[in-house]
Design a protein around this ligand. Sequence first.
Ligand code: 1GP
Length: 254
Amino acid sequence: MLKIGKVEKYILEEIAERRTIHSTLIDPDKTAPEDALKIAEIAEEVGSSFIMIGGSLGVTESLLDDLLIKMKERINIPIVLFPGSVSGVSKYADAVWFLSVLTSTSIYHIIGAQVQAAPIVKRYRIEAIPLAYVICGRGGTVGYVSYSRPIPYEKPEIAVAYALAAQYMGFRFVYLEAGSGQPPIPPSFIRRVSSVLDIPLIVGGGINSRELARRAAEAGANIIVTGTIVEEATNVKSALEEIIKGIEEVSKCA
Ligand code: 1GP
């Protein structure tokens, strides 16, 4: 029997209530542990629904363990791993996006790493949430390291086909990824995909203003992920507040 875990249930309920929610992504390779803890606290305070932890390079299990033990003492929202490799798994997380990079040309990134990670996830009893990861636009670091062929922004119909295929294959979330710090996915592209999907749509990469967040929410994103903004902002709280205000302009009237 299909069992939906606690974190997935919570995320689905948040989406059902608000249509679009926000997640703050923290890359432990780019953010010092003390800063990561502060960012997580601020994210909870201003209204992120959950924290995502991961990155494409430089993430180790022990780095994650140390950080997550402390983070769980300080925040109440779920911490969901967003692994760039098998070493991005920690037993202290509440859940893991169990993702397949569907746009990869390498079998390893589609199913190989997942086969290596599955027994670890089972042993650690981490809730696994199936996620189809679809890389678009320039793709950035993640596109490069995952041997992806990112979907060009002028070809939304390809993303529609990927997203539908993911849904028909049983994935429970689709993530349209522009790549961290890259030009964001155009709203018209997001809309084409969101209009055909029955499962939640996650959008991230390059969303660094209230306006961009609002437009992604309007186009039908159910979860908006921002990462770089908390690494670069001098005032993390006001930067995140702006993003969440942009989302709420849309979600409040949903
Ligand atoms: C990257 O989509 C996320 O995986 C977030 O991107 O760092 O550009 O916010 P940014």
